[in-house]
Design a protein around this ligand. Structure first.
Ligand code: PAF
Length: 282
């Protein structure tokens, strides 16, 4: 596995690979790799000749009071995960390599990014779209793989790729969970022991919602109320939102349309202030 730190070097390498007729898959990450990221690598591995993983804690997608500084940076361990999953190139740039001091160009998607997480994180998706564009321009992938855990990110990036005619196939891999149902996230390590013990209740509530839908409940309002009451009853949870939206547009739905409805939630844990997200497609 080759480790590249320099943006130009990655671009030259990708150009040379393309000139040789090789196909490239990219898995963009912020590092601190866990089994969820490994599943993205496994999904990408079989899709192209060369697998590139980027590890970059992207400053532009964090708000002023968010966890950019404390976000875990574990490059040595990340290298091991990448090696074990057949990664050919690990791209790990320093922020100054990506964002020049004069940097002033951002990519803004202005529909799918407005609700859900976009409401409390108003500049987050602008940062995500910008860095993913940059990574596409450096790694020149034929296909890129993202996780369904960040369902709104997937919708926003798919829209960006469509709108800007970017020649990259967007693939999505399912959420990977702990055995008790908690969705894997690098932020789970911020949880206090008490919070970690109850965190799987988020997924449990989503499963109950699935069961209610299967039993015939169609009203988004009824389901949202159920979720807020259920989690709101435990002082360790501060539910931020439950949104029942069209899976592609992220626009709110009043009635569940089976097969294309995303039920997405964000919950703030009150001891550590960790924000957890999860979702199901009904
Ligand atoms: O999902 C993430 O880890 C990040 O948002 C991404 C796509 C790597 C962009 O920094």
């Amino acid at each position: 596995m080759k480790v590249i730190h320099d943006a130009k070097e990655l671009q030259q390498t990708a150009l040379a690979l393309r000139a040789q007729g090789k196909t490239i898959a990219l898995v963009p990450t912020m590092g601190n790799l866990h089994a969820g990221h490994a599943s993205l690598m496994d999904a990408a591995r079989s899709r192209a000749d060369v697998l590139i993983v980027s590890v970059f804690v992207n400053p532009t997608q964090f708000g002023p009071n968010e966890d950019y500084e404390k976000y875990p940076r574990t490059l040595d361990a990340d290298c091991e995960v990448c090696r074990a999953h057949g990664v050919d190139i690990l791209f790990s740039p320093a922020p100054a390599t990506i964002y020049a001091p004069t940097f002033s160009t951002y990519v803004t998607e202005s529909a799918c990014s407005q609700g859900l997480c976009g409401r409390s994180r108003p500049t987050h998706f602008r940062g995500v779209c910008t860095i993913v564009n940059i990574l596409f321009n450096l790694a020149l992938p034929h296909v890129a793989v993202f996780g369904q855990k960040d369902a709104q990110q997937v919708a926003v990036l798919k829209r960006m790729v469509q709108d800007l005619h970017i020649p990259v196939e967007m693939a999505v891999a399912p959420i990977v969970r702990e055995s008790d149902g908690l969705a894997l996230s690098s932020r789970n390590q911020y949880l206090s022991p008490e919070e970690r013990a109850v965190a799987p209740e988020i997924r449990a509530a989503l499963r109950e919602i699935s069961e209610k839908i299967a039993a015939g409940t169609e009203s988004a309002e009824t389901l949202a109320e159920f979720f807020m009451n259920k989690l709101g009853a435990n002082p360790l949870f501060e539910p931020e939102y439950i949104e029942i939206v069209d899976n592609a547009t992220m626009l709110p739905l009043k009635k569940i349309t089976r097969g294309n409805t995303l039920i997405a939630v964000a919950v703030r844990m009150t001891q550590s202030r960790t924000r957890l997200i999860d979702n199901i497609v009904a």
